[in-house]
Design a protein around this ligand. Structure first.
Ligand code: ADP
Ligand code: 5GP
Length: 205
């Protein structure tokens, strides 16, 4: 058999952030269905599960005590308090992915993105998702029926802070039409995977 071109590259940590209700979870789910070889990073959180959420699928749901234990054992690559709950990215799957040339997808806030961009450098690619307008963001957040009024108010207040971190990101998109937004994310993944700078081993015919 003829030898073929085969390149090995570092894995990529794809980060999606944006105001609560912008559509991150929806986009992430659609992207995972569409793009092969992309693994969702499952964070730990002290937030209670929403109806329909399952432990180990959307999050690892833990209490504050257990979260603290894992944090002290350096299980997290980063952790942050967001909307009054604690959230932490589990480190081992990210390190394994980057070293092994596979790619991870993360839905985390701006504090987490900032931290991971500092630790993973060029291996981290961050995308900020905007809603079409603040009014539409509020409408989507309310239409989801997953939070009480106080939580919605808190998430709306924080939305603008989240958007102010745009300049720390590599890409942005406005999630107006879902299909177009997923196509945009897919293009980012495909282009980033094709970067010459990511190659570690070159094999030629
Ligand atoms: P986030 O993860 O950013 O908090 P979600 O993915 O839960 O946001 O989306 C919030 C709500 O908006 C959900 O009810 C979702 O179905 C809806 N949604 C997401 N993207 C769009 C879109 N492009 N157009 C209309 N509604 C959307
Ligand atoms: P939600 O409660 O709506 O699932 O998520 C609330 C916010 O927490 C979102 O902005 C989401 O991106 C963020 N988040 C989820 N997991 C993590 C994590 O592990 N670390 C950080 N820093 N933020 C997270």
């Amino acid at each position: 058999m003829r030898a073929a071109f085969a390149f090995e590259r570092h894995g990529i940590v794809f980060i999606v952030s944006g105001p609560s209700g912008a559509g991150k979870s929806t986009l992430v789910e659609a992207l995972l269905r569409r793009v092969p070889d992309l693994t969702l990073s499952i964070s730990c959180t002290t937030r209670p599960p929403r109806p329909g959420e399952r432990d180990g699928r959307e999050y690892h749901f833990v209490d504050r005590e257990e979260f603290g234990r894992r944090r002290d054992a350096h299980v997290f690559a980063e952790w942050a308090e967001v909307h009054g709950s604690l959230y932490g990215t589990v480190r081992a799957p990210l390190d394994d992915a980057v070293a092994g040339g596979t790619d991870m997808l993360l839905d985390i806030d701006v504090q987490g993105a900032r931290h991971l961009k500092r630790s993973y450098k060029e291996a981290a690619v961050a995308v900020m998702v905007f809603p079409p307008s603040w009014d539409e963001l509020e409408r989507r957040l309310r239409a989801r029926h997953t939070e009480d009024e106080a939580t919605i108010e808190r998430r709306l207040r924080r939305a603008r802070e989240e958007a102010e971190a745009l300049r720390e990101y590599d890409y942005w998109l406005v999630n107006r039409d879902l299909e177009q937004s997923v196509a945009c994310l897919e293009s980012i993944v495909v282009a980033e995977r094709a970067k010459v700078a990511r190659i570690v081993v070159e094999g030629g015919p």
